[in-house]
Design a protein. Sequence first.
Length: 225
Amino acid sequence: MCAPVWMLCLHQTFLLLLIIGRWLLPIGGEITRDQLSQLLLMFVGTAADILEFTSETLEIENVRTNRTLVYAILAVWTWSMLQFPLDLAVQHVGCCPSGSSKRVFSLLLCKHSADLWNIGISLFIQDGPFLVVRLILMGYFQVITQMLVFFTAKNILIVMLQLYRLIVISLDFHASLLYQSNSRKGGVGCCPCEPNQISLPPNNSDTNTKACAQEDSVPVADEGL
């Protein structure tokens, strides 16, 4: 077999071994079996995208003969591998309520930690770097193919959807803060895992009952005295 076929086989084998090896590893205390199954399904789709990135770019003759481009593509490919050891995309960060200035950010992580990590991995580790490399190939090096245009449009769409998702999460969190501030008298907490520190006002009937009990307990003075 020729060198490109060997390289493609090595990439496929490496990605499959990563997924199977993560499946066979012992489950730690920070991740459940349900979260592990979700993570492995995410890894399968991620591995397919990474394989498409290397195969459709390195198959181009003008790219394969440029040493700088090859090193840049392999560097981005290596950078995208860093998401496989991370389990943050399916984990939720617990609440640590405090009075510091980082309280709002802590509450945001408490409610949407998995979504935020997923968005960050997509923008800064996978789809974002892939989009930059493909735009450089098309704009600076004038390498334009049908598959390259298709995957560039795909990366643009994913980045836009991730940014839209981030805006939706921010608006939802802001709305929850407003609802929490308006519901202070009801003792509603902003975060589900944060204990409510606001107690409900006492009922009027309970207050009247306690007052009557105190009046009954006062001894009556003797009329002769």
